[in-house]
Design a binder for this molecule. Structure first.
Ligand SMILES: Nc1ncnc2c1ncn2[C@@H]1O[C@H](COP(=O)(O)OP(=O)(O)OP(=O)(O)O)[C@@H](O)[C@H]1O
Ligand SMILES: [Mg+2]
Length: 578
């Protein structure tokens, strides 16, 4: 069949309905109008997530207001605000926005109606435009064409009056919000707001740090810098309060109060990466010792407050001072992401000239760096991450030697094993002479950090009747364990510098201490996989070590059969400790 007359290229209502699923998170969507406000030279940007009682009396966000005190729009621009594809900076290389779709797609991703008030002068009245998806669909259904009306004068509904700026500016309202029901995108309105605060404080950190005010429901955001280099940030505040112990006025200060102290990360690298005619800046930092503290704390409450766990394997991509991506990019980590990499800040910044090279998309989220760039970046990261990991090990080793925090780590299992040991065969060891034994125990106490005599005695009294002593200690070399046999006990030292400890023991131990809800299924699966790998490798390495002897069967046969037998009985008796 041949169409006789032309038809519109786009079936606007339906197309916009389909384009609702742009995959924005709420924070990323809000980033679009914030971008626009910044480009309109706003100094104050206020976001309001307005709640109403939803089904079963739970709160849900039904309307969102984004108000700025920027330049505002003249009538023509305001009318075009709602037009998909319209931009006053179309394909510009000097601005954050360039596609002419951000304001619309972001709004429709969450709501079914967009309303905008704007004025370019203090004493003018407000001009108003709106687009309603349901009205558009109905019109389309009736065969009518869909137009955006000319702006008209409107003061806005009284309940929104308090959000309007005094001078020039723009107020954008997303209403008929139907994509933020409980349980779908967000557990509850409160969590949703916290998540938005968290994301925006990082995405717009350069602007916040420069003095632009962005607030969510009346709370001014502090910048959050995952490199921990910027001053006056969220992290500075969290650290300051924790060092303060909540004693002084620090605690309970309004969220907006800037912290007085700065705890900067160490810059490990600040390099320019050039591939062809595209270039980017790569910066890598190691978190300060107030944050790294001692081994194994990367997931505790303090670390969470500092947003350390989400920094694990994450790279922050910055385009024109605005973050467009901060997610786990394991492919860029040479040899995979390691446990301690969460204490390493990584940032890549570039300008819109190189958008194509970084795979920037119209939603200005996510990056897909060019193959050659990825290779170059991996190469640089390899070196820098290695440096970071080494420094961290040294730092943690020193802290450990200082305060022997690993003392007692294995106590519950060791005590249970002592109990089980009562019915096992007795050892045949001819142990050292008494003064030699005393020296060995003394060294052990020192190794676990008991330096003064009183502390030493407490420790030695505790292990006195134990048939097994297991301690994690820091010792040089690649020995995995060190064994010493006394008349009545075996001392086993586990090397905390050994990869088996760092990559298996420590992370699994950390997970074991968490509550079940505090671990993602991915992390659990990853930990289980690494455990199986490590245990298999333990066997392989053992077999390989035996093979270094000419007659392994003769030499190790008895060892193997005892080992297997004791492991079996102990595992039968010791279970689910703590
Ligand atoms: N808060 C605002 N103040 C003044 N003008 C604005 C504001 N928000 C939007 N505009 C105008 O509306 C136009 C359309 O905004 P929109 O976000 O859809 O596109 P863009 O910012 O040009 O490009 P992108 O799709 O990359 O964001 C902008 O080009 C700008 O001229
Ligand atoms: Mg925009």
């Amino acid at each position: 069949m041949k169409t006789k007359t032309g038809i519109p290229v786009i079936r606007s209502g339906q197309a916009l309905q389909s384009l609702r699923d742009s995959g924005y998170s709420l924070a990323a969507a809000l980033g679009e109008p914030v971008d626009n406000s910044l480009e309109a030279a706003a100094n104050n940007i206020d976001l309001w997530l307005l709640e109403e009682e939803g089904a079963n009396a739970k709160k849900r966000v039904h309307q969102i207001v984004i108000a700025d005190d920027g330049r505002g729009m003249d009538p023509e621009t305001l009318q075009h605000y709602l037009q998909l594809g319209f931009s006053t900076r179309y394909m510009s290389k000097k601005t954050i926005g360039k596609y002419g779709v951000g304001a619309k797609l972001a709004a429709l991703n969450f709501g079914r109606r967009i309303e905008v008030w704007s004025r370019t002068r203090d004493n003018e009245g407000w001009l108003y435009v709106r687009f309603d998806l349901d009205e558009a669909l109905a019109q389309e259904e009736n065969g009518e064409e869909i137009f955006i009306e000319e702006p008209n004068q409107s003061t806005g509904p009284p309940e929104l009056a308090e959000f309007f700026p005094r001078g020039s500016g723009t107020v954008v309202v997303w209403s008929k919000v139907d994509r933020l029901e409980e349980g779908r995108r967000a557990a509850d309105a409160n969590k949703l707001r916290v998540e938005v605060e968290k994301e925006l404080s990082r995405i717009f950190r350069y602007f916040l740090s420069g003095g632009i005010r962005i607030a969510v429901n009346g709370t001014d955001l502090l910048p959050h810098d995952p490199l921990l280099l910027m001053e006056g940030t969220w992290a500075d505040k969290v650290i300051e309060e924790s060092l303060d112990g909540g004693k002084s006025e620090g605690k309970g200060k309004a969220k907006t109060t800037r912290p007085d102290h700065h705890y900067p990360g160490t810059v490990l690298g600040d390099e320019t990466i050039e591939v062809g005619d595209a270039q980017a800046r790569l910066r890598v930092t190691l978190y300060p010792k107030e944050v790294t503290r001692k081994r194994g704390l990367g997931g505790d409450k303090f670390a969470k407050a500092l947003r350390v766990p989400e920094n694990w394997g994450a790279i922050s991509f910055i385009r024109l001072d605005r973050e467009i991506n901060y997610t786990n990019v394991p492919r860029l980590f040479p040899g995979g992401v390691e446990w301690q990499d969460r204490f390493v800040g990584i940032e890549v910044s570039f300008t819109p000239d190189h958008d194509e090279f970084f795979g920037v998309r119209n939603v200005k989220r996510g990056v897909e760096p060019h193959e050659e760039f990825r290779a170059e970046m991996s190469k640089r990261l390899k070196k820098l991450l290695q440096a970071a990991r080494t420094q961290l090990e040294e730092r943690w080793g020193a802290v450990q030697r200082e305060d022997h925090d690993k003392d007692g780590e294995h106590a519950p299992v060791v005590e249970a094993a002592a109990e089980a040991n009562r019915t096992l065969p007795k050892p045949r060891v001819k142990g050292p002479a008494p003064d030699e034994e005393k020296r060995i125990l003394d060294d052990l106490a020192t190794d676990v950090g008991r330096t003064n005599d009183a502390e030493k005695q407490v420790y030695l009294d505790r292990i006195k009747d134990q048939p097994f002593v297991v301690e994690s200690v820091d010792f040089p070399g690649t020995n995995f364990i060190d064994l010493q046999h006394l008349n009545d006990k075996v001392i086993i030292r586990l090397n905390t510098r050994h990869r088996f400890y760092r990559e298996l023991w420590e992370p699994v131990n950390e997970i074991a201490q968490r509550s079940a809800g505090a671990i993602s299924p991915e992390q659990a699966v990853q930990a289980a996989k690494r455990t199986i790998e490590a245990l298999t490798l333990l066997l392989i390495a053992y077999g390989k070590a035996e093979s270094m002897h000419e007659d392994p069967q003769e030499r190790y046969g008895e060892l193997r059969s005892y080992w297997g037998q004791f492991l079996d009985s102990l595992m039968g008796k010791v279970k689910n400790i703590k």
